[in-house]
Design a protein around this ligand. Sequence first.
Ligand SMILES: Cc1cc2nc3c(=O)[nH]c(=O)nc-3n(C[C@H](O)[C@H](O)[C@H](O)COP(=O)(O)OP(=O)(O)OC[C@H]3O[C@@H](n4cnc5c(N)ncnc54)[C@H](O)[C@@H]3O)c2cc1C
Length: 476
Amino acid sequence: MAWQRRREGPPKRPGLRRFVVVALVTALEADVNVKSIFKKHVSRRKMIDRRHFLAGSSLTVGSLAVSGLSAQPASTRPITALRPGEWLQIPDFSALANDSFRTGLRPFRAGGVRLETDRGADIRRGRKVLIHNYGHGGAGITLSWGCADRVKEMVAEALRDTLQKQPAAARVVVVGAGAVGLTTAAELKRWAPAISVIVQAENVSPAGTPLPHKSTSWIAGGQFEPSGIWRQYLPDRLYELHDLVRRSHRRILELKRQGRQRQYGVVDRKNYILETEDGRGFERGIPPDVVPPPRQGLLPFLPLATVLGKEYSTWLINPTIMLPKLVADLRAANVRFEQRNVRSRMELIGIDADIIVNCTGLGAGAMLNDADVKPIRGQLVILNNPGQLKYMFSGGCGDEAAYMFARQNDIVIGGTYHECENVDDLPEESYRAVLRRMQRIFSGDISECVAGRPTLPPQRCNLTRRVPTAGFAGSS
Ligand SMILES: Cc1cc2nc3c(=O)[nH]c(=O)nc-3n(C[C@H](O)[C@H](O)[C@H](O)COP(=O)(O)OP(=O)(O)OC[C@H]3O[C@@H](n4cnc5c(N)ncnc54)[C@H](O)[C@@H]3O)c2cc1C
């Protein structure tokens, strides 16, 4: 089962000894009481033994120099705590929420999102247009507004050049009522209130009530990061991804300007990762004008006080708030919802509309025989958030990911990537292992992250589809 995180180039594994030495040296420079912290949180949790420390201590300056933190010698560049004088509260790992174990299938697509007008579908000699918007992998919440904005342009082009119709005379059917379908329909209505939009999807009741909680989008954590998917835009298409990220960001800024971001579940969040971890989802997947380069320093969690990390400023978009709000917006704009299961490309093309926008996520794989689409299963554990934690920790742990997103109403813990499509009846132990891994990290034991060995038990996995594998994992 090819489930491991895949990385470009050689893995970045500085090794336990160097990592701990770097952390301790920088802690000394930051005037942290290393002795007590080391005694309390490090040696007790077997992060390193005394012999390792003493052997490593002679490498201090050289270690810092090769850690990539700076070209300057360590002594001239003191490294401070990321949040001096402040310790962020860590989650209560015993506070399991109701319905605390959840599983979803990320609609991964090799090559990235399929976002294009289907030229092979010149239906009725140019009197109908088919547009695709699917395959967002672990980044569909992040990219939904950006892709919807791009679809809006494609619809405008189609109306002008192919159909030669005014928006008010056009009928659009959006197939799919997850984050991607709902944002697509909503952006079309914002652009042209007179355009007729109908949303058809499986997760609509026979009476026409949309059921957003019955979609993958509902399960998503909601971190703003094009996690995993950015690799699909290498080596030379990252500008396409950046364009979509910038468009999503513009929508977030617009909502903030209007003071309405909370209605859509959008909140500012700091995201922390270990210095040894892969931050490229942010650093390569998002242009620096959207998420500025991270700050580096000692992590603001007491048990990890001697550990170097990075802090990014990003957003959380909570789908359990965003999706109902989009549904409400669409209803207010007289958009109709219809239950429909589209089984084939022929059926898709046969939909009675001028423009059909296909936002069916994983469903598109079977419907269109798109062999590049595959499910990447993710398991989450949900905790209550009574202390109202307001940060995220993500970016992985060894060859796996490990993340924690504190949301408005709960805390999401996750980080599994399995090429499987069975979601039901997974053993409770597989969820508890995800929880334990995060708990270990927050207790100060990062040894498995540094050593990079997988720690989760093997998974029961069914997969009927096979497609070429490519890097898909990230933090969400
Ligand atoms: C565990 C997990 C964590 C995640 N965390 C994040 C995160 O932190 N940040 C982030 O940006 N993304 C995250 N994601 C990814 C995100 O959930 C997806 O990229 C996103 O939900 C895709 O949205 P969608 O609308 O394309 O798909 P879906 O939500 O699956 O919606 C598809 C829609 O199409 C309909 N449909 C499908 N097939 C058919 C058919 N044949 N006929 C009619 N209707 C059909 C469905 O009923 C549904 O309405 C995560 C995913 C998982 C599983």
